[in-house]
Design a protein around this ligand. Structure first.
Ligand code: ADP
Ligand code: ZN
Length: 303
């Protein structure tokens, strides 16, 4: 039996798990994100302690990481968090220290790409070659799987920062993205809900007008993603999507915005199965890390 390590490296907290060769979690820890030295130190300590307990040490580690980061293996800064505004974390190597500590293959991808991979293996996108995972939480990010592989492109997609129509008469809130103001994330992330309405997003009642506007913004973004990526399914996760009433609103609004132009029964007849919550729930990120680790382990063994 081989064992695997998964890490969800988030801007506010880290989650680490040890699994078997599937997604069975054998050990788990979580702690707040502080300095890189202290936080990565706790990661190393956790896996060292688990290694001492396991019949054999973990075979590979996968990191679902906040970004922006460098996911290109051939790059000199591969596995670094690069330009983040998060204090202390710009230009921080994440993969290097783990490889050094454990001498095993270490995979890394954006938190959303990793979550997408995990959803493809065990969650709501099993068997699909092309789909999208979008998280709406403290920030907004998307991981697209195209032809069975997460898209990286030049660096990696930043789907939260697309522009969407913003009617200032209807919604005078200027948006809160430090780079773009009223980009998708600036208008529709959890903190934007709080700033616009003066109440934390999780305390807005389900019938508050906030949710219709939120569904409208999300559906505008989905129209763009459907028209550019042609996903076979869209998974919506993150804290804000715990407002389950958003799903039917987003589905209806997406159909309305597309105006019948994309002629697929998946959208026109089966929208309830097309726009869905994550199959792995809140564990999509960390199990995505595990899925990356297992895939890299298989590749390394074949090479
Ligand atoms: P992160 O994006 O930091 O990884 P989350 O996906 O949990 O974490 O997103 C946190 C954001 O989601 C916060 O802005 C919070 O207000 C919002 N949020 C968390 N729970 C809910 C909820 N039940 N309803 C609406 N918004 C929520
Ligand atoms: Zn932006």
């Amino acid at each position: 039996m081989n064992y695997f390590g998964g890490i969800e490296a988030g801007g506010t907290k880290f989650v680490c798990v040890v699994t078997d060769e599937g997604k069975e979690v054998l050990a788990e820890t979580r702690f707040p994100t502080t300095t890189p030295k202290e936080t990565l130190g706790r990661v190393v300590q956790f896996f060292q302690e688990e290694n001492a307990r396991l019949p054999q040490p973990i075979s590979a580690i996968g990191v679902a990481c906040f970004g922006p980061l460098d996911p290109a293996p051939e790059s000199p800064t591969f596995g670094y968090i690069t330009t983040t505004p998060k204090p202390g974390w710009a230009n921080t190597p994440v993969v290097g220290p783990l490889r050094e500590a454990f001498g095993v293959p270490v995979a890394i991808d954006t938190d959303v790409n990793a979550a997408a991979v995990g959803e493809g293996v065990w969650g709501a996108a099993q068997g699909l070659s092309d789909f999208l995972y979008l998280t709406i939480g403290t920030g907004i990010g998307g991981g697209a799987v195209v032809n069975g592989r997460p898209v990286h492109g030049l660096i990696h997609p930043e789907m939260g920062h697309i522009r969407i129509p913003h009617d200032l008469a209807d919604d005078p809130f200027p948006g809160r993205c430090p780079y773009h103001g009223d980009c998708f994330e600036g208008l529709a992330c959890g903190p934007a809900l709080m700033e616009r309405w003066g109440v934390p997003a999780d305390q807005l009642p389900p019938d508050h007008p906030a949710w219709q506007l939120e569904a409208h913004y999300i559906a505008l973004a989905l129209q763009s993603f459907i028209c550019t990526l042609s996903p076979k399914r869209i998974i919506l996760g993150g804290g804000v999507m715990q407002q389950a009433q958003l799903f039917p609103m987003i589905r209806a609004e997406t159909i309305a915005l597309l105006r019948g132009y994309v002629q697929s029964p998946a959208i026109l007849e089966e929208i309830d199965r097309y726009i869905v919550p994550p199959g792995l729930g809140g564990r999509a990120g960390v199990l995505g890390g595990v899925a990356l680790a297992q895939a890299l382990f298989r590749e390394t063994r074949q090479a």
